[in-house]
Design a protein around this ligand. Sequence first.
Ligand SMILES: Nc1ncnc2c1ncn2[C@@H]1O[C@H](COP(=O)(O)OP(=O)(O)OP(=O)(O)O)[C@@H](O)[C@H]1O
Length: 233
Amino acid sequence: MITFENVTMRYAKGDTPALQSVDVEIGRGDFVFVVGASGSGKSTMMRLIILEKEATQGRVLVAGKDLSRLPNRKVPALRRQVGTVFQDFRLLSGKTVHQNIAYVLQVLGAKRHTIKQIVPETLELVGLQDKGKRLPHELSGGEQQRVAIARAMVNKPPILLADEPTGNLDPETSQEIVAILDRINRTGTTVVMATHDTTIVNRFRKRVVQLRDGVLVRDQADGEYEAVEEGLA
Ligand SMILES: Nc1ncnc2c1ncn2[C@@H]1O[C@H](COP(=O)(O)OP(=O)(O)OP(=O)(O)O)[C@@H](O)[C@H]1O
């Protein structure tokens, strides 16, 4: 589903690479934690997958497409295949929960009756069926993140990227959020989550891809977050 082939990425000529010769293969339906200290290259991996940035060397393939050869006109179609969730939720503050989610479908040209059906279904997926009329500031952080997940999933993308989605949440809420991502993954969605939350990684026991200074240093099924190695413990 997502392949990095010998990928090196430099933000500017002469910079030390943010990613260096990274090889990784993420299959359909996988759940992967991308871990590593701050600045190790986690977000850069995410940016390459949605073509916010391009690899300096090597190839990134997403859903069978080589991104270095993807014509600009096909970038929106690529991005529709990849739902994204971020640490800071990024909801539209003036719109209700329902409107935040409906907006995605409106942009995609969905019919009004389709939107009326799909939005409540999606809110149910994240347990927020009763909160459709609330504005983002009337929700807790965990609820806001659930809205962001619903929004990312409303058009049923095959891939969900979550960049530090629990970074602003307390430990209990963080677990609830990852449990939702886990549930989404079990329905077949490929989930890639960047995190430095050792507790979460160790509790959920998924595949762990670990970066250090842009280099992939570990790729392990049912892995733990080896915090000692990162100097975090
Ligand atoms: N826009 C940018 N321009 C130049 N360098 C950048 C840019 N974004 C990131 N970098 C550099 O690339 C490297 C990797 O950064 P990246 O954001 O991918 O790390 P990260 O693992 O996601 O960190 P964090 O956990 O703090 O979000 C770092 O050295 C960082 O300083």
